[in-house]
Ligand binder design. Sequence first.
Ligand SMILES: C[S@@+](CC[C@H](N)C(=O)[O-])C[C@H]1O[C@@H](n2cnc3c(N)ncnc32)[C@H](O)[C@@H]1O
Length: 207
Amino acid sequence: MNENLQQHNDEPTDNHIWNEEVATTYVEKYGEHPINHLTAERAGLSPDDYLLDIGCGSGSALRAAATIVTHGELIGVDPTPAMVRISQTESADHPGFGRMRFLLGGAEALPLPDNRVTVCWAINSLHHWQDIAQGLAEARRVIVPNGRFIVVEEIFPEGHGFEADEVKMHLSSAGFEVEGASIQETDDAQFNVLVARNVVEHNVKED
Ligand SMILES: C[S@@+](CC[C@H](N)C(=O)[O-])C[C@H]1O[C@@H](n2cnc3c(N)ncnc32)[C@H](O)[C@@H]1O
């Protein structure tokens, strides 16, 4: 899917690549990409979930999720001002808009309190994070104990982005327990989907 934007994956993961122009072009081409809808459909969401989308882009995954998360809240976070503006504008007419918030921020400093999020996902965003360990530590901080984190990464034949094993390694190093790995297909692309749980360590008291 990203043929015009793939070149950016080779550049340092700093937000300068996600300027107004790149964000607008991305949203025009891929903002409603089917992987966003598929992720929402297959995430096992509940009406009461508190859902976080890290690197939400156009917000389309959250809009799809809002038809299932009918009582909880849906939060999109993105460090690119144009993405936050576009996601707000695109969502304004959605019946679930009152339960949605789009916040400016990167994975590395999530603007959310501890232990709040029941399901979190990052769709084609992880490989753009500037500090993956810090971002995953932040994800663990805001996700409730045993809450789920879903990472979706496009499979690029040229080797751009992350392989499934790399994502697993990052998740495990951060303390997530990886529960599932699958490949999802759309007409134009394939995606690794990793599902992880925010396990909590129980301290065993010694007598
Ligand atoms: C390829 S787009 C994917 C957008 C959306 N998730 C989708 O699939 O349509 C990558 C997104 O990651 C965001 N991003 C870049 N650096 C980030 C960071 N450090 N933390 C979170 N998101 C970031 C970009 O602003 C952009 O919206």
